[in-house]
Design a protein around this ligand. Sequence first.
Ligand code: DGJ
Length: 704
Amino acid sequence: MSDIVNLRGGGSAFVLDLSGETPVIVHWGADLGEAIPAVLSAGPVAHSALDDPHAQHLVPQASSGWRGRPALEGHRPGGRAFSAALVTTAARAIAPDGHEITLADAAAGLSLVVEFHLGQEGMLRIRSTLTNVGTDDYALQSLSTTLPTGLGAAEILDLTGRWCREQHPQRQSLRQGTWLREYRHGRPGHDSSLFTAVGTAGFGNRTGSVWATHFGFSGNRVTAVEKTPTGPALIGNAELLGSGEIVLAAGESYETPWTYASFSSRGLDGVTDTFHRWLRSRAQHPSGVRPVVLNTWEAVYFDHNLDSLVELADRAELLGVERFVLDDGWFRHRRNDKAGLGDWYVDEDVWPQGLTPLIDAVRSRGMQFGLWVEPEMVNEDSDVIRAHPDWVSGAGLGRTPVEWRYQQVLDLVNPDAFAYIFDRLDALLTDNAISYLKWDQNRDLTEMGHDGAPSAHEQTLAAYRLIDALRRAHPEVEIESCSSGGARVDLGILERTDRVWASDCNDALERQTIQRWTEAILPPELVGTHVGPTTSHTTARTHSLSFRAITAMFGHFGIEWDVRTLDESDLFELGEAVALYKKHRALIHSGRAVHADLVDPAYLLQGSVAQDGSEAIFSFVSVATSFDEVPGRAGFPGLNPDTSYEVKVVFPSATSPYGSRGNVSWIPDGFTATGRFLAEVGLPMPVLNPEQGVLIHLVETAGA
Ligand code: DGJ
């Protein structure tokens, strides 16, 4: 076996030195080429320190002198084997882009297999499997994946939020110490960060070096950026295990979720590009057109009635909608959110003939039918919990967890509860022509327990199993992951679902930030983006239709508004937006996402550029008032420098019979410029009121 593993892809490299007792990470960063002529895995010996020089181990352990957060924590009865000394026993290539290293500690009775891949797009993926090869139990506390950052690392960027304000960025200087984010929601949670990035000073959308990781798991987790006096800043990700949650009997194993990591020397857009390319390369990635959705939630809430929903379907058809999704409120006892969760039978009082009349009406109007479900949850006020009170997950000890939206968690680790919920969903999908499930999950999983023992880990895997089993039984059905908006957005859930609902907030101003940062990792075709009501139901802000439509354009477009109430002018403009989305969705859903680094925080310029650079669509929006009278010029990033583009403002339309909705005609008809000109000189941007925007389309000119 060669001593050096040099995985390369997408302009980055992951280099390991296997010559010592344990694998050492020499480099994660820019591609170094094929041959690595010299390797310096270790540095000098510090004063008053270990006698051995410091090296950055793939599996940091106290046994090799590491005094930071260890990769592995756990013990045998009585605290024995509390500190493992795992050493390399084997290493092999397992794929053109992958490698597997086996480490073992015979005395502690542990074996660890670390698997890593670096794909063509630059995505580094790592996971580990720990096996108890001893004779008694091993209580696992934590098994994390830790990656070092590189030269010049100076700042941390991650995201945080709350309900209706998910994925907002926060930045800070990198200092000595640990920036620790712990998520104990039993789901990622509204405050969870889709990524943890460390970068060079002032790194931006298009500038600077960035080392970023994502943890692909939907349960409890911990992320740490750790800077000790010993070496570079490390980014670690692990599942956050409860007390006694994972006890490995002899021969049993624990596998970590994947950690996904991307290095970029060209700012955050490089990280985004890697994630988008990798996600798009998956076999299960949705490949067809992403249909225009109409979701009934903000249109009718729980007020279900066949006539008004058919009226809504009429309007939806007129607008060009392609998928009609009936949200919460269709099943037994569900007249509000206090009752019914778990009783997955169509409510006979509201729907005496079942859902068929509505489904027929929707399908006869040329639309697919989608249905909302929340399979992992129950109301205590439900037939199912009256019959099976023991199906509520909790700590035992004779009490149930505190309620959240009047609901509790169905204990999916209980095989009977699992079988019940599978059978109900299977029957619904078998008996009705349903093309799409909006799979919701509306509470944090506090005190998750099964039979009195912690079960957040098992519950997460059981939810995965449930979705997987339904997908196998109904492969034609698409599934959306929703979790009170965006509280479960991660690559674990996206292994088995087709899109996420980024937020319950349809306020376009908030959505500009929520979507920008959700789409830093997820390509727009995986992110639901809806045009909400004129006055937002969650913030009471009022926005023009064009701003709402432009904001929804960069995602999987939909409408969540009572379109029965629209006047002629709004109907016309919304119809235009739907048509525009249909025209440009292939580009938006396959292009490279680009974000300009504008100096004025009042404006955002972002776009999608065709992979071959032949076409692009940009939005320029105002998100605040500016100091300046005019926005000035903005450079368009990501275009081919030598390609000549015709530039055209395509929305809001200046040709509407209802009057032009803004100053959109500042670019002369037929204006053409090269990508280099557009990037370096830029274009003067229009004067916009706050919370207004324009869509600009660029296409390679014939014969260029
Ligand atoms: C929360 C979701 O995020 C909303 O879109 C809606 O489906 C409600 N749940 C329904 O209860």
